[in-house]
Design a protein around this ligand. Sequence first.
Ligand code: C5P
Length: 207
Amino acid sequence: MIIAIDGPAAAGKGTIALRLAEHYRLNHLDTGLLYRAIGRKMADAGLDLDDADLAGTVARALDPADLGHADLRGREAGELASRVAIHPPVRAALIDFQRDFAARPPGAVLDGRDIGTAICPGAEVKIFVTASPEVRARRRSDELIAKGREAAYERILAEIRERDARDSGRAAAPLQMAPDAALLDTSDLGIDEAFRAAMAIVEAKRR
Ligand code: C5P
């Protein structure tokens, strides 16, 4: 079984994907990590993130070790990722890796922006996980506060809106709900409720 989970940043798709993978004993790939690693690598090397061909070269040379970089999870890496993710050569370089991962037994949960539309259009289950920008910004700022870090809600909200606009507005594999995806709005759901709702979608598809 292949489960494709797409949606904007901080909608809860990463946690839902992880829990579905555990529950159904499937492999899990957080595809955002690939774009984050490319953005991080280019920024660390002082390369121009707007150079599509250069970004494609970096993407083709991506090494599994690059995914272990210490600082890939934060907001800055997310921002770098969304800048390199607009380049068609970057996206092209990552297709085979993601499809090979999905094809490996016993199946996989992949989460990202274009899994149901471009990477695994034949996935048995597709879920589009979303939440309002305000709720997503609140979650991000609460996470930071819990870690004892400074969190400026308005700035985080502005960043989320900017990233949504870039991810949805790009020409190459934009963030879009696949026509055969189930919509899961987590705005009013806690993580356990969101997971149960996702499981209900999977079970309905399996029947
Ligand atoms: O999901 P995450 O926040 O880690 O993704 C970081 C960025 O990587 C996204 O904002 C998006 O620009 C890009 N991305 C993508 N396609 C994917 C996964 C992530 O374009 N499948």
